[in-house]
Ligand binder design. Structure first.
Ligand code: HEM
Length: 155
């Protein structure tokens, strides 16, 4: 296996773990948390599971970003960012930037504190908002995956 095939394999490996995790949190975990009766229970349960996933997501985000940049550099694909037909290249970078900003800046700096304060005061509204945001992120991620696979295989 040459270096580019290896980077591509790592790229897809990272995407599967990362976006698969986002799909699980959005479609399974959050609905289960919202069905719990005790608001205090919800916060503790979600904290324990999502907190662990946040570290995984940080690792896979780094892996996907580094392997993606390596591919762009090795194949010299920079010109694609000037062409609309490669919208899925822009989408990949955009999704990556949004998650990087959330996981590495917003979450540790203020989002976590905001969530704890809001979840104890208004649990219903807070979890509804969190689930809505997760649906938006999951949808743009999946559209990006579809576009990237179709686009990079001649679609
Ligand atoms: C800095 C961020 C990223 C860069 C620079 C990047 C770059 C690339 C490049 C250069 C390719 C190969 C394109 C080709 O073969 O013509 C690729 C493929 C791909 N990327 Fe990304 N990517 C990034 C982030 C993402 C993200 C966030 C996702 C998922 C939401 C993603 C999903 C994919 C998929 C599914 C493929 C197709 C793999 C295949 O079918 O072989 N990438 N990426």
């Amino acid at each position: 296996m040459d270096d580019v095939s290896f980077a591509r394999a790592l790229h897809v490996f990272g995407v599967v773990l990362w976006i698969g995790g986002v799909a699980f949190v959005t479609t399974v975990l959050l609905p289960a948390v919202r069905r719990m009766k005790e608001p205090g229970e919800r916060v503790a349960f979600f904290e324990a599971i999502e907190g662990r996933f946040a570290w995984q997501a940080r690792g896979t985000t780094l892996l996907v970003g580094l392997s993606g940049l390596y591919l762009v550099h090795r194949w010299d694909l920079w010109h694609r960012f000037a062409e609309l037909e490669f919208w899925w290249m822009h989408a990949m970078v955009l999704v990556w930037l949004i998650f990087t900003a959330m996981l590495f800046l917003a979450e540790p700096l203020f989002l976590h504190r905001w969530y704890l304060a809001q979840a104890s005061r208004r649990p219903e509204r807070t979890f509804a908002l969190i689930q809505g945001l997760h649906w938006v992120l999951l949808t743009i991620s999946l559209v990006t995956v579809l576009g990237a696979v179709a686009g990079s295989h001649g679609g």
